[in-house]
Write a protein that binds this ligand. Structure first.
Ligand SMILES: Nc1nc2c([nH]c(=O)n2[C@@H]2O[C@H](COP(=O)(O)OP(=O)(O)OP(=O)(O)O)[C@@H](O)[C@H]2O)c(=O)[nH]1
Length: 137
């Protein structure tokens, strides 16, 4: 039996760059870069989850935009992570790393300079291919 775990994540953009965060040593997949977000809980939408997680992880309030294509990956047999990415912009707050240990703003030519979690790679590739249409201020 395969279990699907929906995970919302935010592609936060600002001045032609997107925000990437690094998983800290105490997290699974430590050292890998990802988009901030987390598992969608019962009784919340993917967007509600994202507002909650971004506040918990970065102390930011965001405005959520379009949903981007899903990416699925199975790190463990029988469990599939279904990543649901949304474009987002910061509404208020300063980035405060409450769970991750590093963040970077990446431009289109820097996207692959970090070691992304495997499930993120198709999303990053999609961003690279559609950058101008997607990431405009
Ligand atoms: N948030 C987030 N998780 C990702 C990404 N890519 C990716 O493979 N994942 C995986 O998706 C899962 C999300 O778990 P999480 O630890 O961020 O979520 P959470 O805060 O709800 O976790 P918890 O309830 O286990 O504490 C992890 O297995 C994580 O490695 C990504 O870009 N963002």
């Amino acid at each position: 039996m395969n279990k699907i775990i929906p995970v919302s994540c935010a592609v936060i953009f600002f001045q032609d760059k997107i925000l990437a965060v690094r998983r800290s040593p105490q997290m699974p997949l430590a050292g890998f870069w990802e988009f901030p977000g987390g598992k969608v809980e019962k009784a919340e939408s993917a967007q509600q989850c994202l507002q909650r997680e971004i506040l918990e992880e970065l102390n930011l309030k965001i405005q959520i935009g379009n949903e981007l294509p899903l990416s699925e990956h199975s790190y463990i047999e029988g469990i599939t992570i279904q990543l649901i990415p949304f474009l987002a912009q910061i509404n208020s707050g300063e980035i405060t790393l409450l769970e991750h240990d590093k963040y970077l703003w990446l431009g289109v030519n820097e996207l692959f300079e970090v070691n992304w979690a495997i499930a993120d790679i198709p999303i990053v590739q999609y961003l690279k291919e559609n950058w101008t249409e997607l990431i405009t201020d």
